[in-house]
Design a protein around this ligand. Structure first.
Ligand SMILES: [Zn+2]
Length: 438
């Protein structure tokens, strides 16, 4: 079956919840279609069907609150559906894939996420008029962006179904933006659905008040077998390559695909996994730190260069660069400010890209020391990096479980420090020294 949930790898429980919600949302729309004709019992909130509400208000009141996600059957319209959702899970588990798939199921003209109708297609392609996707490019989502979004989300859906707002990294909301969002979630327009994605529901990631208004869809790290299967089925990757990539990517679907397909990504990984062998002294540790930082910078620069240039060109065209008309002088005065804004945005995006690249390297490195640890413990677990398993085995003998654990912790501490805004070079140098000393 290749409906919209097909690419949500290894998340059977979440898919059941989302399918049921989509079906019940479709039932709601059907019930509302002939204006205020429903005669059934009001939903848990005690809505009064004759109290002068229009059909949209009645519809909104049928939506469940966040608390009762559980075991309603879907027999009454509204059960299983609510207007605000949070998808949580480790990076690569498919938070945004799940949110997009659910959005498609809600916009599906058959109401189930068939994967073939215009509603499903345009949503998955990112061109549906009633689905807005926020992908923060920089380190945070600002209040102005959020206000504009909330305003547009309040309009009546042009396709007659739902207005959907997907926020891909809700943990990057600024406090003010979070408040603007909270207000919209607290007083939701009748047909607006908010889908938030965040690593967890820890208060650092998502405010307690927003969390309390949303229904939670926890995703797990997909098992390597399920990741390999999707790489073979969807991307046509050879089974042995898919298996290796799925294990090496540690449950991160996108990363697995990149490793399987992109030779440069494989080379970068090889360079990272060569680090443990190269740590022969203090000088070597600092060299390894520099190499890791510079590799992340180069990778990030390459990934943003093209879009940076396109944006600059587009802005210059919009500002009429080289124009000689009457408006040109005025335009030039505003242009400096706009260019400065653009540069600020681009710098923020570049910083994010660097951190992401560095984090990927640290996850690979952590996988190596995890392998050494599980081998020292003789745990019956398949290695993350099959291609460096022999080296990890040698480390296990030399360091014992304790030494392997200390090294693994050094890598994880480095990730945490960078996330907490310690300068990457300082954090990485401290880590390399710890890895060398053990
Ligand atoms: Zn469909």
């Amino acid at each position: 079956m290749t409906d919209v949930f097909a690419d949500l790898v290894g998340q059977d429980e979440a898919v059941v919840t989302l399918r049921r919600a989509a079906a019940s949302a479709a039932a709601l729309l059907r019930a509302a279609a002939p204006a205020v004709s429903r005669t059934g019992a009001p939903a848990a909130g005690g809505a009064d069907p004759d109290g002068g509400h229009d059909d949209l208000d009645a519809l909104a009141e049928q939506l469940d609150g966040p608390g009762d996600a559980g075991d309603r059957t879907g027999a009454e319209p509204g059960a299983g559906m609510t207007h605000a959702w949070i998808f949580t899970g480790p990076p690569g588990s498919g938070r945004s894939v799940a949110a997009r798939a659910f959005a498609a199921a809600l916009q599906c003209v058959h109401g189930t996420g068939c994967g073939h109708c215009p509603g499903c297609h345009t949503t998955l392609a990112g061109t549906h008029a009633d689905v807005r996707l926020v992908v923060p490019e920089g380190l945070s989502i600002g209040v102005n962006e959020m206000r504009a979004l909330v305003l547009r989300a309040a309009s009546t859906p042009s396709g007659g179904r739902w207005q959907i707002v997907i926020i891909e990294d809700a943990d990057r909301l600024t406090e003010a933006a979070g408040n603007a969002l909270l207000k919209a979630i607290e007083e939701p327009p009748p047909r607006t659905v908010f889908l938030l994605c965040a690593p967890s529901t820890h208060p650092d990631d998502i405010s307690v008040t927003i969390r309390s208004r949303c229904r939670l869809v926890p995703l797990r790290q997909p098992p390597a077998g399920a990741v390999a299967e999707v790489l073979v089925r969807r991307d046509g990757i050879a089974p042995d390559v898919a298996e290796w990539a799925a294990a090496a990517a540690q449950g991160h679907v996108g990363r697995a695909r990149r490793l399987a397909r992109d030779p440069e990504a494989r080379q970068r990984r090889d360079a990272v996994l060569a680090v443990p062998r190269r740590l022969t002294g203090v000088g070597a540790a600092f060299d390894a730190a520099s190499a890791l930082i510079e590799a992340a910078e180069a990778e990030a620069a390459a990934s943003v260069a093209e879009v940076d240039e396109a944006e600059r060109a587009a802005l210059q065209t919009a500002l009429g660069a080289g124009g000689t008309g009457r408006g040109a002088a005025g335009a030039m005065r505003g242009a400096a400010g706009q260019l400065k804004d653009l540069e600020k945005r681009q710098k923020s995006r570049a910083t994010r890209a660097q951190r992401d690249a560095l984090d990927r390297a640290l996850v690979d490195l952590a996988g190596f020391y995890r392998d050494a640890l599980t081998m020292a413990l003789r745990a019956p677990v398949a290695p993350v990096h099959t291609d460096t398993a022999a080296l990890a085995g040698a480390g296990a003998q030399k360091w014992d479980a304790e030494g392997a654990l200390r090294r693994l912790e050094a890598v994880l501490e480095c990730r945490a420090a960078i996330e907490a805004n310690v300068k990457p070079r300082i954090a990485v140098e401290a880590m390399m020294l710890a890895l060398w000393k053990g």
